[in-house]
Design a protein around this ligand. Structure first.
Ligand code: SAH
Length: 350
């Protein structure tokens, strides 16, 4: 109960509450639990801008709602469009900036959202990591990235990937609430199989996530096939080395039976050699997974170069020949700085 009271005090924004928390809220004010479902329908289905628009809940309760919660949106600073990609820069209430990217695929609209302001993982190739974590995003700040893009579209958001700025498993509790809200049929109703969370490999949270009841996809940023190289480009590997990571993922698979995606950025002359491809094939050969090869999005502040298309195909062929499921990520948004953290960097010049 105390935790719940604290949550309400901290999470004043209505978009940060799960249906269950709202039910507890209505009970705590001596009202009826079923108002939570009505309220969810008003905010997520009818998309009201003010609690005054609610017609099926008594006025005294609405007045109480207005005291206890706000339904503020995020501020949109800019929207950059490039063919099938749009990038949104949002300002938060404390003046911080985060970004989300919309990609229009043939199979629907995907939105990539941020989970933190800054990031502490320090991956050497990543723009987001150049700025240490300032704070975690609140649940409502994650929900609103999707809700607002959904509203701006004349269409709906079909897929969500948590692959923007931040390490989602470093903001685990808010992430779980966010996933619960966007998946709920009365919330944004985005199917669990249409949601992907990407982590750099925080083992304890991977194991915890295995028990989360929703069938959400897990992606793991691998980027190197051995500890020596991985520790050089991803400092988190010193804390959670590859052997332990692979063991944890096997455990995850045994619990969930859901295929894992490995992300592998190809960095010229760093992790794109024939030896790396063979070593990678060997590393994942007994895991139910597929590898997503990602052409690196070069950024002016970081020295890494992208592997050329021929070399990418060679890398791909080696994996294929070794019976690994592999795809090459279609490129999106290079012209509008759509790689993780690039737009915020431009805006803030850090
Ligand atoms: N922290 C999480 C999610 C955010 S990063 C994670 O590590 O998975 C999302 C993905 O974008 C990661 O695979 C990351 O390595 C990749 N990425 C970062 N910078 C990139 C760039 N410049 N070009 C292509 N992919 C990049």
């Amino acid at each position: 109960m105390l935790k719940y009271i604290l949550d309400v005090v901290i999470l004043k924004n209505i978009y940060g509450l799960t249906l269950e928390e709202l039910e507890d809220y209505f009970i705590s004010i001596g009202s009826k639990k079923f108002h939570a479902r009505q309220l969810f329908s008003w905010i997520y289905e009818k998309r009201i801008k003010s609690f005054s628009e609610i017609t099926d809940i008594k006025k005294e309760i609405i007045d109480k709602l207005k005291i206890d919660f706000n339904n503020n949106r995020l501020k949109i600073v800019s929207i950059e469009n490039d063919k099938d990609v749009s990038k949104y820069l949002f300002e938060l209430e404390d003046g911080e900036h985060i970004e989300a990217v919309l990609m229009r695929h043939d199979y629907g609209n995907s939105v990539c959202i941020s989970s933190q302001v800054g990031c502490n993982m320090g991956c050497k190739f990543c723009e987001s990591g150049r700025r240490r974590r300032v704070r975690n995003l609140e649940t409502y700040e994650m929900v609103l990235q999707i809700l607002m893009i959904d509203e701006l579209l004349d269409d709906r958001v079909d897929n969500v990937v948590v692959m923007g700025i931040g390490e989602p498993f470093d903001n685990y509790d808010n992430l779980i609430k966010f996933l619960t809200i966007i998946n709920h049929p009365k919330g944004l109703a985005i199917g669990a199989r249409h949601i992907t969370v990407s982590t750099c490999g925080i083992i304890p949270k991977i194991l915890e996530f295995a028990h989360f009841p929703l069938q959400i996809n897990l992606a793991v940023s691998l980027h190197a096939p051995n500890d020596e190289l991985r520790s050089k480009i991803m400092p988190i590997n010193k804390k959670y080395p590859l052997n332990d990571l692979i063991l944890a993922l096997k455990k995850y698979l045994s619990i969930t039976n859901r295929r894992i995606t490995f992300e592998y950025i190809l960095l010229k002359d760093i992790n794109d050699t024939k030896e790396c491809a063979l070593e990678l094939a060997n590393l994942v050969k007994n895991i139910n997974c597929y590898i997503n090869l990602i052409p690196y999005n070069e950024t002016e502040n970081i020295g890494f170069k992208r592997t050329n298309a021929i070399q990418i195909m060679r890398f791909y062929d080696i994996l294929k020949k070794n019976n690994i499921n592999v795809t090459i990520r279609r490129e999106f948004g290079g012209n509008i700085s759509a790689a993780c953290g690039q737009l915020r960097s431009k805006k803030e010049d850090v």
